[in-house]
Design a protein around this ligand. Structure first.
Ligand SMILES: NC(=O)c1ccc[n+]([C@@H]2O[C@H](COP(=O)([O-])OP(=O)(O)OC[C@H]3O[C@@H](n4cnc5c(N)ncnc54)[C@H](O)[C@@H]3O)[C@@H](O)[C@H]2O)c1
Length: 267
């Protein structure tokens, strides 16, 4: 059942990579919770972004799209600045969601391949967190910072080495930022999904099929059957439920955590 559409909070949530998948589910859920939304995306996502903004506006909330490649620190800072210019100094939630999963055996990983994974998943997240926190400190009424972890923040997998390393690092950075920013009333946490039904997992499935010599769909189906104890693939909305809780008053005593939401896939 879809979450109820609540009254406007007069607060903004900033979400990177919010045009599809988990980011879209988070952006639309936070809009239903009453937040105005700013989505940072790459230009290639223009049409998907417009579509997401339309959905948010249908809930009566303000929504803007800003173009930023989170691998470029300057673009991240500019995106936060543009958000505040257009929606006001009301930034209360920031979600560093944008990420990529590259699949390759370690012995085939080139320096460029590794660098791309690190710049997007780790540097992108760190710069997004810091840019948002600077704005929250300036505003003076605290905030909630979230980042995309994974079950891979706790256990890596074969052929996903650099990905797992970035997600482990997300867990470390989440702890460090939570310690430093508690004094500003800012909570910092990460969500750790399992196998979520998004274009990302379709890509992982195709790449694993090549490496393992199996057909398309098999790698995903096998892992859902073997690993997901709740017996179904995770929906992006399942992740958004956790984020909605963490940014709410109910989540106010939680900080520095990377919380798994994975239907038991990490057990
Ligand atoms: N799908 C899963 O099973 C799963 C599991 C655990 C963690 N995660 C994490 O959740 C996050 C979202 O995953 P998803 O499955 O929704 O991914 P997705 O690939 O479906 O969507 C990612 C979004 O990020 C955007 N993006 C890509 N590169 C960008 C860049 N350089 N700058 C800004 N935006 C960029 C894309 O345009 C896209 O809209 C990722 O960090 C991922 O690692 C996903």
């Amino acid at each position: 059942m879809a979450a109820p559409i609540k009254a406007a909070l007069g607060r903004t949530a900033f979400v990177t990579g919010g045009a599809q998948g988990i980011g879209r589910a988070i952006a639309t859920r936070l809009a239903r919770d009453g937040y105005d939304i700013s989505i940072a995306e790459i230009p290639q996502a223009k049409d998907r972004l417009a579509n997401t903004i339309k959905e948010i506006e249908s809930y009566g909330r303000k929504a803007i799209g800003v173009f930023a490649d989170v691998r470029e620190a300057k673009q991240v800072y500019a995106a936060v600045e543009e958000t505040v210019d257009r929606l006001g100094p009301t930034l209360f939630v920031s979600v560093a969601n944008a990420g990529v999963t590259q699949v390759k055996p370690l012995l085939e990983c080139t320096p460029e391949f590794i660098e791309n994974e690190v710049r997007l998943n780790l540097l992108g997240l760190m710069n997004t967190h810091i840019a948002a926190a600077k704005q929250m400190v300036k505003q003076g009424f605290g905030g909630r910072i979230l980042g995309a972890g994974s079950i891979a923040s706790y256990r890596t997998a074969e052929n996903l080495g650099p990905y797992g390393a970035t997600k482990f690092a997300v867990r470390g950075f989440t702890e460090a930022a939570a310690k430093e920013w508690a004094q500003y009333d800012i909570r910092v946490n990460a969500y750790g999904p399992g196998i979520v039904d998004t274009p990302m997992w379709d890509h992982i499935d195709r790449e694993l099929a090549k490496i393992e010599g199996i057909s398309i769909g098999e790698a995903k189906a096998l892992r859902i059957k073997r690993d997901v104890k709740l017996g179904r693939i995770q929906q992006p909305e399942d992740v958004a439920k956790l984020v909605s809780f963490l940014v709410s008053d109910e989540g106010e005593y939680i900080t520095g955590q990377t919380i798994k939401t994975c239907g038991g896939a990490s057990l």
